[in-house]
Design a protein around this ligand. Structure first.
Ligand code: ADP
Ligand code: MG
Length: 213
């Protein structure tokens, strides 16, 4: 296990420069996340939560500072290297689920396994996806399209898809933002359960202040 923890940010700064205006979205963040941790990120709108998640997810780079993921200095990597890290180590869950429409729950979960490095055959892939859907309580709904599922169920499919490749880091930007309070609470509970499995750490941006950490 890496003594630095899974994630370490050192003096991380992100400045957006649009025209003459500079926005300092992140101003010297230091953060350490250990394997298996569940982390809730809270803050008002515009405080830089999505900026932080985009950098953690290797979708964007910091203006300065260091981002170590499993000991690798991701901030220094080029786009191809970051894409590889993203595919191999990171799972994403978004506010609006981002499922393919007119595509079954099963196929949505299989998708990252097709492009993944595991090299599963079609049969293995389907079995794996079935077991992921079972983990999120959707056994019997495998053939349903997104439009035939409730918001909470769609988010469960998205979580199953995110954990299918067994990422070490799972990033969820306002995963309950489109859900009612009770459904949101259940989704957060499920995310808390997925943390710690395989040493996975889960970072959730949430407005739900009732969350137990
Ligand atoms: P949050 O997710 O907490 O609402 P964001 O990270 O989206 O906050 O935004 C933080 C600040 O950075 C805001 O002032 C926002 O307007 C600005 N910002 C975010 N993304 C960009 C961008 N791509 N270009 C310019 N400014 C941006
Ligand atoms: Mg945001």
């Amino acid at each position: 296990m890496n003594p630095q923890g899974l994630v370490e940010l050192r003096d991380l700064v992100k400045v957006y420069a649009t025209g003459d205006v500079e926005v300092r979205a992140l101003d010297g963040i230091d953060l350490k996340i250990d394997e298996g941790e569940f982390v809730a990120v809270m803050g008002p709108s515009g405080s830089g939560k999505s900026t932080l998640m985009n950098i953690l997810g290797c979708l964007d780079r910091p203006t300065s500072g260091h981002y170590f993921l499993g000991g690798d200095d991701v901030a220094r990597m080029n786009a191809d290297e970051r894409a590889e890290i993203r595919n191999a180590r990171i799972g994403f869950v978004f506010q609006n689920f981002n499922l393919l429409s007119r595509t079954s729950a099963l196929e949505n979960v299989e998708l990252p396994l097709i492009y993944g490095r595991q090299g599963y055959g079609p049969h293995e892939r389907a079995e794996k996806a079935m077991s992921m859907l079972a983990k999120v309580g959707l056994t019997g709904r495998e053939k349903h399209n997104s439009s035939q599922l409730s918001g909470g169920q769609q988010q469960r499919v998205a979580i199953a898809r995110a954990i299918a490749t067994q990422p070490r880091l799972m990033l969820c930007d306002e995963p309950t933002g489109a859900l009612d309070l009770e459904t949101g609470r259940q989704v957060l509970e499920l995310l808390q359960l997925t943390a710690g499995r395989d040493g996975r750490c889960v970072v959730v941006v949430t407005h739900n202040s009732g969350i137990a950490t």
